[in-house]
Structures are given as C-alpha cells and as structure tokens.
Design a protein around this ligand. Structure first.
Ligand SMILES: Cc1cc2nc3c(=O)[nH]c(=O)nc-3n(C[C@H](O)[C@H](O)[C@H](O)COP(=O)(O)OP(=O)(O)OC[C@H]3O[C@@H](n4cnc5c(N)ncnc54)[C@H](O)[C@@H]3O)c2cc1C
Length: 247
C-alpha cells in the first residue's frame, strides 16, 4: 500500500463517544474521538491507532498499531471509526474494552483511496465495516450539496450488522440524488429486506448515466472485492473507473 509521507501527525486523543452494535458473533464499535484543529485529511484516507497499554506481542517495548479508515468527514469536528471487534486478543479486542474519556494514540493521515472529482455519477459498494471510508465520502459529497447521482450498495451479514442505517435513511430523505440498497447474506428471521449479495442488487439497478461513465468505489474484504470488481467488468462497467480499498 502507498503511504503519503508528508504532513503526518502523531498525537494523543480522548474517546468522546462509543456505540456498540452487532449480534452475538459479530461485534462492531463506532468510536468518536478528538481531532486536533490543525489535522487535515481527505475522505477515504486512514489513520493508525495505538494504545499506551497495548504493546506488540513480540516486543513489549513497542506499541501495536492498527490501521482504520476514517468514517467521519473532514468537515466534522471529531474522528469517527467503525471497527470490527475481533474475539482474539488483538488491538481491536482491546479497543472494545475502552470507555469514553480513555486515551488513544493516533497518527496519520495515510493512503490514496480518495475521490476523483471528475465523475458524472458515482456508485459506492460497501461490505461490512468497508462502509467506513465510503460513508466519509458520502458525508462529504452531500454536505457540499453535490447534485450528481450517488448510489450506495451495502452488503452485510444480517440486520444487526447494518451500520449507519438511520443516518443513511435520513440522507435519502434530505438529498434527492442519494439512494442506497442493502442486502444481507445471512439474514435472521426479523430481516424483511433483500437476501443475497451486492451483485444481485447491481443487476436490478437502473443508473441515470451510460454505464461506461459511472465511477465505482469499493471497500471490504479482499476476496469479495476482487470478485465484485470482476463482476462489474463483466457487466460492462469501465475498468479504469473502478477504485477500491481492500483489507
Ligand atoms: C488501510 C486499512 C484500513 C482499515 N480500516 C478498517 C476499518 O475501518 N475498520 C475495521 O474494522 N478494520 C479496518 N482495517 C482492518 C484492521 O486494521 C484489522 O482488522 C485489525 O488491525 C485487526 O485487529 P485484530 O484485533 O484482529 O488484531 P491485531 O492486533 O492486528 O492482531 C492479530 C492477532 O495477533 C494476536 N495478537 C496481536 N497482538 C497481541 C497481543 N499484544 N497480545 C495477544 N495477542 C496478540 C491476536 O491473536 C490477534 O488476533 C483496515 C486495514 C487497513 C490496512
């Protein structure tokens, strides 16, 4: 992965808000924390997070750092991350035990997954916590009252793992040019929406522009992103207009 080496800052930041969500097996944490006034980043970029009380297993003198895409938009006064809390004893499990007021160590910004503004129509494809950099981009575009058509396709396991449902619904009510379609791969009994994969949603969607002109931004686990990329190319979308981040 390419890293930007200029303008990288490292600082301490207090957690201001924590929202836990998910089901018995899949735990997520939406976490907000302080952003220094002079910190600048672009939607789509990521930061690295460490905790003073969590060191490398192989070298207890060094911090364990992990990368997380910033889910908040640059205009917002805080950082927001959307993290999958793993059950094994790594950094995310440790972050899952933090409280508001606890301190993180943050450095960034990094990465080149950013919007190319030269699009007529844009589609985002998010899988699970892959929503993080994409909701940052959506928040930015809609905050700027961008009027170009914006579609989000969002795939997750079940309704409990549908992150940002309320905000996304509110955004569709406020912005006529924004719509989203969601799909659950393993829905429970309470799920009344679509079952399957994002490819099923895309097949059924009409776009405003000729398909060769639509820009796609994808984020999620590598295998799924690779197969969605191949699917989009097979469907006739333009390879050069498909951008992705996979982790
Ligand atoms: C650019 C980028 C952006 C990303 N954005 C996001 C995002 O927005 N949201 C998200 O959820 N994920 C994101 N990720 C993925 C995220 O960085 C990893 O999923 C996360 O670091 C994994 O953390 P972990 O808790 O599984 O384990 P790690 O801390 O990475 O450790 C891996 C495993 O090693 C063992 N281990 C490590 N350290 C210790 C220790 N000190 N003691 C005991 N055992 C240890 C544990 O078994 C652990 O499961 C992103 C990744 C990249 C590269």
């Amino acid at each position: 992965m390419l890293l930007l080496t200029s303008d990288i800052m490292e600082f301490k930041s207090k957690i201001t808000k924590l929202i836990k969500c998910g089901d018995n097996e899949n735990n997520f944490q939406i976490m907000q924390f302080e952003k220094p006034k002079d910190f600048s980043f672009t939607s789509g970029q990521f930061i690295m997070v460490g905790c003073a009380d969590f060191k490398l297993k192989t070298n207890p003198k060094l911090l364990k750092w992990s990368s997380f895409s910033v889910a908040s938009a640059p205009f917002q006064e805080y950082f927001e991350l959307c993290i999958r809390i793993h059950s094994t004893e790594g950094l995310t499990n440790h972050l899952g035990k933090k409280q508001a007021g606890d301190e993180l160590i943050v450095k960034g910004p990094f990465g080149h997954f950013m919007l190319n503004n030269e699009f007529k129509e844009i589609a985002f494809i998010a899988l699970g916590t892959g929503i993080a950099p994409l909701i940052s981009m959506i928040r930015t575009l809609l905050h700027e009252n961008d009027e170009r058509p914006i579609t989000l396709f969002y795939g997750f396991r079940n309704g409990e793992c549908f992150l940002y449902e309320k905000e996304l619904t509110e955004l569709t009510e406020k912005h006529k040019n924004f719509r989203f379609y969601s799909v659950a791969s393993h829905p429970g009994e309470n799920w009344t929406g679509k079952k399957g994969f994002v490819q099923d949603l895309i097949k059924d969607t009409d776009f405003s522009s000729p398909i060769k002109e639509i820009h796609f931004y994808l984020c999620g686990i590598p295998k799924a992103i690779e197969s969605i990329n191949e699917f989009l190319i097979e469907q006739g979308f333009e390879k050069e207009k498909i951008f992705f981040e996979k982790w």
